[in-house]
Ligand binder design. Sequence first.
Ligand code: VGL
Ligand code: ZN
Length: 205
Amino acid sequence: MANPVSKPISPQAGDVLVVIDVQNCFLPEGSLAVSEGDRIIPPLNHAIEIFEKRNLPIFFSRDWHPPDHCSFREQGGPWPSHGVQDTEGARFSPHLKVPKVATIISKGTETEKEEYSALYGRDAMGNTLYQHLRKFGIRRIFVGGLATDYCVLNTVRDVLKEGYEVYVLTDAIRAVDANKGDGERSLREMAGKGAKTITTEGIGQ
Ligand code: VGL
Ligand code: ZN
């Protein structure tokens, strides 16, 4: 794999964990199920515990679409309906550990706009993830979730563009793979742009 980090990394001040879209709709039996999507939950919970124990910020993004979002097939978009605001499919997996202090970032909330990246998604107060990162003086972003080839990829592109150091948690991501190899290509693109790759076993020491 491209850009693997060989030594363990210990999260510290200036680090943040961003968990992308671990919602029922993207998990097995969901309306836009990502193959093996549920396999990322134990490693993600491990990473979440580490960041929580160290009082480091954690953000959970979610697709939070209106019922007539432009990305849905009924509206001429590419996807089956998913991530509809206030539905069961849009809830985080019941197995995912979401600490009370974590901040939830909603994205894709506008009917006419697709929004794969979580960076300019907003919390309940209207603050964007980017504003939070600035406020906390974040330098390094650890990222996992769904899906590698859409929301993870686009979030990583955006944060790299903004100059952050990025660690992609390779055991805590899975791809839609609408075209064979999309996940692998996405990982190569992220690494090519400077993202580092590490497994959740490689953090926390
Ligand atoms: C996503 C497809 C459509 C994702 C969201 O979370 O990666 N993929 N909407
Ligand atoms: Zn979506």
